[in-house]
Write a protein that binds this ligand. Structure first.
Ligand code: PMP
Ligand code: GLN
Length: 389
């Protein structure tokens, strides 16, 4: 053992231990709690999408797909972007299939960032963003979203941009807050990207889970098409989070840069799931709207249950997460709260402080997911109502 080299993890990754999602899911299993922590549905997605995967496995070939992804899926992604968002893409050069949105984010950041570059990111930020920025040797500059509506200060955003800023990382609809960035906000962000010649990397995995307002891809704002990498995946839209099929859409030179990294990370992945994702993306409009309709009802159930249990609740406009403030319970430490919640009432949530640099801003906030069956949510609410104040 070269013990003098311990710890093995490089300095740039210190602090990035086990993800909060893995920790909290393990806690849920160990304590047999209702798991409203990690965001994964407890029922699978559409039968016809699963059937397409089975047919692709049975029919083969089950060999390496092409590096950029099978052309049928790239075509389906381009059709989807045109159908829902009016974005026209060349499937040959402007679409890349990835191992989930996670790989798309990682490959994009590793491709575009030089050591010492700065990245603007809104906090709370999804955990993999901070890790990938660190892996790239870059630095995050954080702009805080503040409840009740998780608005940000344009002045803080402007001040965060320096001559070293290379890109802005956006996530809308936003995990964990459920915020859906408004047209006015996106207009202001886009104007700053154009003014400072920044690349926008936008994570839109919750694009179809919007209940209030509308999802607007930032690539559609003036001057943004040529400087935006739009990322999404099949995980949330088709309730198949374990399939890990995602994509990045951008002008050809950006896609080529991302593909260069992707080919040395996973090379390619999951041929049968690529066929299935293509089938999913071609489902009729009603599929997408009914998914959001069902989740909106679950949002209302959980948000009102949490309010009845005594939390201050910030109902989300999108995603399948709701954040709540624990201060009405006389507590301010969300991490301690979430670690003790299974013992106190048999429910697991995620402390959102782990997604903040500003610990004070994030500390009293916890996140619950509502992508579970109604009876599971109802049971969780009963348990949460037993919490002592
Ligand atoms: N981005 C956000 C904001 C997420 O919540 C998630 C969680 N699934 C991902 C990316 C990862 O997506 P995928 O599973 O497709 O890699
Ligand atoms: N995106 C999921 C969530 O936010 C978790 C995915 C993961 O565990 N990496 O809960």
């Amino acid at each position: 053992m070269p013990s003098d080299r311990l710890p093995y993890l490089t300095a740039k990754l210190q602090g990035f231990g086990t993800t909060i999602f893995a920790e909290m899911s393990a806690l849920a299993v160990a304590t047999a709690s209702v798991n409203l922590g990690q965001g994964f549905p407890d029922t699978d997605g559409p039968r016809e999408v699963a059937d397409a995967a089975v047919a692709a496995i049975r029919g083969g070939p089950n060999q390496y797909p092409p590096g950029p992804g099978i052309l049928d899926l790239r075509t389906a992604i381009a059709e989807h972007q045109a159908r829902f968002w009016g974005i026209e893409l060349d499937p040959e050069t402007e679409v890349l299939v990835t191992a989930g949105a996670t790989e798309a984010v990682a490959a994009t950041l590793l491709a575009l960032l030089e050591v010492g570059d700065e990245v603007i990111v809104f906090e709370p930020y999804y955990d993999s963003y901070a890790a990938c920025i660190a892996l790239a040797g870059a630095r995050r500059r954080v702009v805080t979203l503040r409840p009740p509506d998780y608005a940000f200060s344009l002045e803080q955003l402007r001040a965060a941009i320096t001559p070293k800023t290379k890109l802005l990382l956006l996530n809308s609809p936003h995990n964990p807050t459920g915020k859906v960035f408004t047209r006015d906000e996106l207009t202001a962000i886009a104007a700053l990207c154009v003014e400072h010649d920044l690349v926008a990397v936008t994570d839109e995995v919750y694009e179809h889970l919007v209940y209030d307002g509308e999802h607007i891809p930032i690539a559609t704002m003036p001057g943004m098409r040529e400087r935006t990498v739009t990322i999404s995946s099949a995980g949330k839209t088709f309730s198949m989070t374990g399939w890990k099929t995602g994509w990045a859409c951008a002008p050809a030179p950006l896609v080529e840069a991302v593909r260069t990294v992707k080919q040395f990370v996973t090379y390619v992945h999951g041929a049968p799931f690529q066929h299935a994702a293509a089938a999913g993306l071609r489902l009729p409009d009603e599929y997408f709207s009914s998914l959001a309709g069902e989740l909106a009802a679950k949002r209302d159930l959980l948000a009102s249950g949490l309010a009845d249990a005594g939390f201050t609740v910030y109902p989300p406009s999108g995603t399948y997460f709701v954040t709540a403030d624990i201060r009405p319970f006389g507590e301010t430490d969300g991490m301690a709260f979430c670690r003790s919640l299974p013992e106190r009432c048999g429910v697991v949530a995620v402390p959102t402080v782990v997604f903040y640099d500003d610990v004070e801003a994030g500390s009293p906030l916890v996140r619950f997911t509502f992508c579970k069956r109604r009876e599971v949510l109802e049971e969780a609410v009963v348990r949460l109502k037993s919490l002592e104040k």
